[in-house]
Design a protein around this ligand. Structure first.
Ligand code: AN7
Length: 359
């Protein structure tokens, strides 16, 4: 059955079930699922008008834990269970830890997450905690945390579920399969997305490459990756020791999948560019206010890049553009109240409320 038919029939069984024969999972691996994947591809007509293209938002915030990480985590955790592992570990800017914690709970595994202290959006931290993960904040950044869990996993006592685990990439590539199906069997001309540790751009490109065979499509999109200006190692061509951005999800100075991102950029005729925090926040507010889609700040980076490219006259007129919105806005409500002042209260009387609405 196609994804569409599955959705209509209510029989969507998640990423492992839908794509198992395309995922390098060991034979006999169980299906660990929270029914992730099959996320909506939402038309964005207002942004489309602004950039002169046919723009669609692949809203990965609709996954069970609210980010694209679930797509790869279900496969990594299915693989961990198959290998007899009892503990999974990850470093995280937040979403990976939320996803790992949920899937570990589902599979009955222990989960350890190492996070940069004070740099995780509250929603994500809450998720890791409520799912029962051991949360270990460290006095360092994501890159420091990743170094620690890489060493931990080398003992063989825990499975690393960051995107250096190939099963994460396997799962995340399925976003490209879904996009091709949702566009009626053709790939987009351009696929925009934020780049942090660079697993996702690597995975999406792998998916589009496999789609050549799986769906018999004859081309692949140009991959347009966006890094936050204060955390743009790939754009600058060197590690960033102290990455800084309000988009904490992509506050990463030494991406693990650096080579994969460069390969995706170059083989696709694409680009990886920096967007400023101000541009990210503008795109974040625009998405919410004109399209009705609330994503987290990092997720808006792809739209920020698209807007920049349009302003530079570099979006081909009428192109089909897909932008991945990687995580849900509710992950980080603090950001909204930092951007928009909470209105003061008034008396609970009609004559006090009506004027506030100009009525
Ligand atoms: C919302 O959770 O790295 O380039 O540890 O949460 O594949 O790293 C999150 C990354 C984009 C970047 N958008 O993806 C983590 C983590 C959101 C994210 C990215 C992340 P990659």
């Amino acid at each position: 059955m196609t994804m569409d038919a599955l959705r209509r029939s209510g029989a969507w069984g998640g990423v492992v079930e839908a794509f198992r024969e395309r995922l390098a999972l060991p034979a006999g691996a169980p299906t660990i699922t929270l029914l992730e994947g099959n996320t909506p591809l939402i038309p964005a007509p207002t942004i489309g008008d602004r950039v002169g293209a046919d723009v669609h938002l692949k809203f990965e915030g609709m996954n069970p834990t609210g980010s694209f990480k679930d797509r790869g985590m279900c496969v990594a955790v299915s693989g961990a269970v198959a290998s007899g592992s009892k503990v999974i570990v990850c470093a995280s800017t937040g979403n990976t830890s939320a996803s790992a914690a949920a899937y570990a709970a589902r599979a009955g595994l222990r989960c350890g997450v190492v996070i940069p202290e004070g740099q995780i959006a509250l929603g994500k931290l809450a998720q890791a905690l409520i799912h029962g993960a051991s949360v270990i904040p460290v006095e360092g950044n994501f890159d420091d945390a990743l170094g620690i869990v890489r060493e931990l996993a080398e003992t063989g006592e825990a499975t690393l579920v960051n995107s250096v685990n190939p099963l994460r990439i396997e799962g995340q590539k399925t976003v490209a399969f879904e996009v091709v199906e949702q566009l009626g069997g053709v790939p987009p001309d351009i696929h925009c997305l934020p780049v942090g540790n660079a697993g996702n751009i690597t995975a999406a490109w792998l998916g589009y490459t496999e789609a050549l065979e799986v769906y018999g499509v004859d081309r692949r999109p140009a991959m347009w990756g966006a890094q936050a200006a204060g955390a743009a190692p790939i754009v600058r061509g060197e590690r960033v020791e102290r990455p800084q951005t309000i988009a904490t999800a992509i506050r990463i100075g030494n991406p693990a999948s650096w080579d994969g991102a460069v390969a995706a950029r170059d083989s696709s005729g694409g680009t990886i560019e920096a967007v400023t925090d101000a541009e990210i926040l503008d795109a974040y507010r625009l998405l919410a206010s004109v399209e009705g889609v609330f994503c987290e700040p990092a997720s808006a980076a792809g739209v920020a890049l698209l807007l920049n490219k349009a302003a530079a006259g570099e979006v081909p007129p009428g192109a089909t553009v897909v932008v991945t919105l990687t995580g849900h806005g509710l992950k980080d409500p603090d950001r909204v109240v930092q951007e928009i002042e909470l209105p003061a209260s008034v008396r609970a009387e009609l004559d006090a409320v009506a004027p506030r609405l100009g009525l």
